[in-house]
Design a protein around this ligand. Structure first.
Ligand SMILES: Cc1cc2nc3c(=O)[nH]c(=O)nc-3n(C[C@H](O)[C@H](O)[C@H](O)COP(=O)(O)O)c2cc1C
Length: 189
């Protein structure tokens, strides 16, 4: 079977707590970001950008998440505190794919948003091709304006995904996939 088809047929998300290092090298990260930004993009607007979380900066991002959760719930229990403290530290690399879709005279905003989804998926496939596991998450932080601002997003920018990338040794069972018969119709003559 063709290598790309084999990779796509095997691809599976891995829970970030199951990811370990080492993460991508600087060269591998540059490859991931380069191929992720090589997606269909109506109008060539590049209506997306990246924020990279690596090394100690992952702890800083996790602390920001914890501070927001504690502001909302001062009596956060120990398990929840720990969960937030590790939010960005589970995988060796987290890349936020930021959608900067905005109204445009010719290009519908919807198409700009779709392009950000393509960026996420390209990054996941490229990470797998380099031998990493990758998982697309949003979690509560993507939908919290305080968190978005704290990591440098403008008011109109949104998180398409926090792509978690790392190594996994454990085998992950596949999940049931949609049956083609349920999702495909053929337009008749
Ligand atoms: C935009 C988007 C956001 C997602 N956010 C989460 C999330 O916050 N938490 C989660 O458990 N899964 C999330 N998922 C689902 C996982 O990425 C993944 O698709 C799911 O675990 C199924 O695994 P698979 O990739 O092996 O098919 C999200 C998927 C998408 C497309």
């Amino acid at each position: 079977m063709n290598d790309t088809i084999a990779l796509l047929k095997r691809r599976r998300s891995v829970p970030p707590p199951m990811m370990t290092g080492p993460g991508p090298t600087p060269d591998e990260l540059a490859t991931l970001l380069t191929v992720a930004s090589r997606v269909p993009d109506h109008g060539k607007l590049a209506p997306w950008r990246f924020v990279v979380f690596e090394g100690r900066a992952r702890e800083r991002a996790s602390r920001l998440a914890l501070e927001i959760r504690q502001a909302d719930k001062p009596d956060l229990d120990e398990a929840m505190r720990e969960e937030e403290q590790r939010r960005f530290a589970r995988a060796p690399l987290v890349v936020a794919v930021v959608s900067r879709a905005a109204p445009h005279a010719k290009i519908p905003e919807w198409e700009q948003v779709l392009s950000a989804g393509a960026v996420c998926m390209n990054m996941i496939v490229a990470a797998r091709a380099l031998g990493f596991s990758a998982t697309w998450l949003t979690e509560w932080m993507a939908y919290d304006g305080r968190f978005r601002a704290a990591i440098g997003l403008a008011e109109h920018e949104r998180i398409a995904g926090f792509i978690h990338i790392g190594r996994t040794t454990a085998a992950i069972e596949d999940r049931p996939r949609p049956r083609l018969a349920e999702i495909v119709t053929t337009f008749s003559e």
